[in-house]
Design a protein around this ligand. Structure first.
Ligand SMILES: C[S@@+](CC[C@H](N)C(=O)[O-])C[C@H]1O[C@@H](n2cnc3c(N)ncnc32)[C@H](O)[C@@H]1O
Length: 229
């Protein structure tokens, strides 16, 4: 499983290594997920209903289920194998989450008391990203928190973009990945991932209707924000 590949998340044999590869690619992968769940736990109400977009893998579903036994969780993802992995990850907590195969349009209309979308929006070109963000916003109660994190780094000038990609490649090797894996990832990012700059990502959040857009995480080429609906 390639955390940054635009390839469909459907290679069953690769799924087992998803978490290991993600940890090697995303600095602070586990801490970032934990921060997202702490942010939601602090801002969403008792008995709240939480939307997890790009829920495949199940990491955030599990953390949220553990953090707040009073919440109900809806997870949405277009990849059946990734939803299977989410069920495995949830384990004893599987009953706490309703999983929906599909995209944001297939999510219940809510209203939700919080939403999270991690390592997912970097796959979406800007127009589809904005449409998806608007759909998330429509499903949230006024003022509800939205936690979002994905690949986002300066895109201009080209030399600066290249320096960030060098850094990402070096990080993968330093964290135990092979140079071949790092090169493959870079090629995937360069050819298939519609990465935006942090400024453009923040602009899309505002355009979608979110306010109080606040960064909470930066890990080299990855960023996270918390915002209010
Ligand atoms: C890198 S994984 C991240 C999974 C999980 N959020 C995590 O942090 O471990 C990206 C997930 O986004 C899903 N995905 C891709 N495009 C999507 C879209 N348009 N809407 C929702 N999920 C999408 C993929 O199927 C995949 O499960």
């Amino acid at each position: 499983m390639n955390t940054l590949s635009a390839q469909p998340f459907s290679e069953r044999t690769a799924l087992a290594s998803y978490t290991q590869n993600a940890r090697r690619t995303v600095p602070g992968f586990d801490s970032m997920h934990l921060m997202a769940s702490v942010l939601l736990a602090q801002r969403a109400p008792q008995g709240g209903r939480i939307l997890v977009l790009g829920a495949g893998g199940g990491m955030e579903l599990r953390l949220l289920a553990e953090a707040r036994p009073d919440w109900s969780l809806d997870g949405v993802d277009p990849s059946e194998p990734m939803l299977d992995l989410a069920r495995e990850t949830l384990g004893d907590h599987a009953g706490r989450a309703t999983l929906h195969l599909g995209y944001i349009d297939d999510a219940p209309t809510g209203p939700f008391d919080g939403a999270v979308c991690i390592l997912t929006l970097h796959f979406l070109p800007a127009a589809e990203r904005l449409r998806t963000l608007r759909q998330v916003h429509q499903r949230l109660a006024p003022g509800a928190p939205f936690v979002v994190a994905h690949c986002s780094f300066p895109q201009q000038p080209a030399e600066e973009r290249s320096r960030w990609r060098d850094l990402e490649e070096a990080y993968i090797v330093a964290s135990g990945g092979t140079p071949e894996m790092a090169r493959k990832r870079r090629k995937g990012v360069e050819e298939g991932l519609p990465v935006l700059s942090p400024e453009d990502d923040e602009r899309l959040l505002h355009e979608a209707g979110f306010g109080a857009v606040t960064p909470f995480y930066v890990g080299f080429t990855f960023r996270g924000w918390v915002a209010s609906a």
